[in-house]
Design a protein around this ligand. Structure first.
Ligand code: SAM
Length: 223
């Protein structure tokens, strides 16, 4: 059996309230207000061990960043990284993504990153896919006008499924590649999964927005 929420991990999390919050779903907390400075907000959902979001937050000090992960014993790996190299613009959040709307101001997020999200291939688990229509509807509420979702995966079927759900949700496709690593994209930040599985086959990526006005420079309130 794979241990998911070990008490040991909970104790470690409790020691670092300035770096990580653990949310059951009904707490009265506004994550936007948990940073020392108000800045545009970016977020990775399903952050795993946190390499991507830590690298992004370090390279991008003009934004605040949330790293959302469901499991204690996974996010403590990200916490180790943040304890070793603390960043004031990065907050780890141990929560199930389905509760995120309770903790964020509407229309307040500039970017959502979905990196190598679990594909949940069985039909009966479809609702758990982070690009399911219910999740997309939630992202629409929390994203700023012009805000973007960036989704990358090595799973072709999951990618095709996500293109369909995004298309049906009325999203505009701004950038799409069926082989990210063959593109000259200097801004790509490798995730742990990308490093591990990127050699086995192509990585698929899509950046999409709900709005007609998809120019991020025009997004209100973003610096
Ligand atoms: C396949 S891993 C990818 C980790 C990392 N993004 C990477 O690319 O290396 C997917 C992660 O998403 C997390 N996850 C899945 N469903 C989630 C949900 N509903 N809310 C928060 N995290 C979730 C899993 O626990 C897992 O750590």
């Amino acid at each position: 059996m794979r241990l998911r929420n070990v008490p040991h991990a909970k104790r470690i999390i409790a020691r670092h309230p300035d770096k990580i919050v653990s949310l059951a779903g009904d707490e009265d907390i506004v994550l936007n207000d948990r940073f020392p400075e108000e800045k545009p907000l970016e977020m990775e959902i399903g952050t795993g061990k946190g390499r991507f979001i830590h690298t992004l937050a370090k390279a991008n000090p003009s934004c605040n960043h949330l790293a959302v992960e469901k499991f204690d014993n996974v996010i403590i790996r990200a916490l180790e990284r943040v304890v070793e190299d603390p960043l004031l613009n990065l907050l780890l959040v141990r929560a199930d993504a389905e509760n995120l709307k309770n903790f964020l101001r509407p229309r307040s997020v500039k970017r959502i990153y979905l990196n190598f999200s679990d594909p949940w291939p069985k039909k009966r688990h479809e609702k758990r896919r982070l690009t399911h229509p219910d999740f997309l509807a939630m992202y629409k509420e929390i994203l700023k006008p012009g805000g973007r979702i960036e989704f990358k995966t090595d799973n072709r079927k999951f990618f095709e499924y996500s293109l369909k759900t995004m298309n049906r949700a009325g999203m505009r496709f701004l950038f799409l590649s069926l082989d990210l690593h063959s593109e000259e994209r200097l801004d790509n930040i490798m995730t742990e999964f990308e490093e591990r599985y990127g050699k086995d086959g192509p990585i698929y990526i899509i950046t999409a927005s709900f709005e007609e006005d998809h120019n991020e420079e025009n997004v209100q309130g973003t610096a």
